[in-house]
Design a protein around this ligand. Structure first.
Ligand SMILES: [Zn+2]
Length: 293
């Protein structure tokens, strides 16, 4: 099954949900970054979290998820867009036994912080919205639930499931978010909470390739709901030759000269997609001349 998110709203209009299946692109990106074990687990979780965040932001906005931990990963950065595209990477913690993919109950994150930055790409200089909460449980789903109740004051339930294969490689990834809208009754919220706490089969459903709608049906069991959106998801980086050149002109003439002297060219690697961009000594000299003009 291809990667997609499906969004729904209860017939009462007071509960909304999104469920995500992104196994294919998560595998693809984990392979690009050569991840296995805890970093692969963490990366899968961060991708699902990115999609959950992006699913309810407006067109033209970008959600940036920045997680810093002291467990198997030091940092995870994910950019996710409401059009269903995503990019991201994790920085494994060299101090941890990263090849040990026999995960314990602590999760891959340890202690740290979870920051969410909402930015409009077309409004230069506009203050982005930032919310930060401590990583308290080591489990991203629980900490995101805390983020919504704390930073955005919306009663929410989040589930994230990532499965690794027997070699510790990322196999499947998916999750869901359900939120109570203004007007939701306590009974409705309790009902959803009850279903969510009993969703022990989320990881299994995701692994079996269930469509996101099957997850929503489990959560909304006794409530009628309508599907509002079904969107295909894909990995896509926003780096480009032009952006790399702009970044190079910002490092300064002396740094560029050092690159010419020491390497004979500039090699810039994108952290998000590992693509390498090169600028020859001649191009670098031109940049130096332009910076002095
Ligand atoms: Zn890139």
């Amino acid at each position: 099954m291809s990667d997609l998110w499906q969004k729904c709203i209860s017939n009462s209009g007071t509960l909304r949900g999104v469920a995500i299946s992104c196994s294919e692109l998560a595998r693809e990106l984990a392979t690009v970054h050569q991840l296995s074990g805890e970093p692969a687990q963490a990366f899968g979780e961060a991708l699902v979290a990115g999609f959950i965040l992006a699913s309810y932001c407006k067109a033209g906005e970008r959600m940036n998820l920045n997680i810093k931990g002291d467990g198997g990963v030091k940092q995870a950065l994910v950019d996710a867009y409401p059009d269903g595209t995503i990019r991201g990477y994790v920085v494994p913690n060299p101090q941890s036994a990263i090849q040990n993919y026999d995960l314990t109950g602590d999760g891959p994150w340890g202690k740290g912080t979870l920051s969410v930055l909402r930015k409009r790409d077309d409004q230069k200089g506009a203050e982005p919205y930032i919310g930060t909460v401590p990583l308290v449980t080591g489990h991203l789903a629980k900490d995101l639930t805390f983020y919504w109740s704390q930073s955005e004051q919306v009663p929410s339930a989040v589930g994230i499931a990532v499965n690794l294969d027997s070699e510790g490689k990322l196999a499947t990834a998916g999750g869901f978010l359900v939120q109570a809208m203004p007007g939701a009754t306590d009974a409705e919220i309790r009902e959803i909470e009850n279903q969510v706490t009993h969703m022990s089969n989320l990881a299994r459903d995701i692994a079996a390739g269930s469509e996101p709608i099957a997850i929503l049906a489990t959560i909304f069991q006794n409530m009628q709901f309508v599907i509002l959106e079904k969107k295909p998801l894909k990995a896509q980086c926003t780096c480009s030759e032009a952006r790399m050149r702009r970044a190079l002109t910002l490092v300064g003439a002396s740094e560029l000269q050092a690159m010419i002297d020491e390497v004979g060219e500039a090699v810039v690697k994108c952290d998000f997609c590992e693509k390498e961009y090169r600028a020859s000594a001649d191009e670098l000299r031109k940049m130096i001349a332009e910076s002095k003009a």
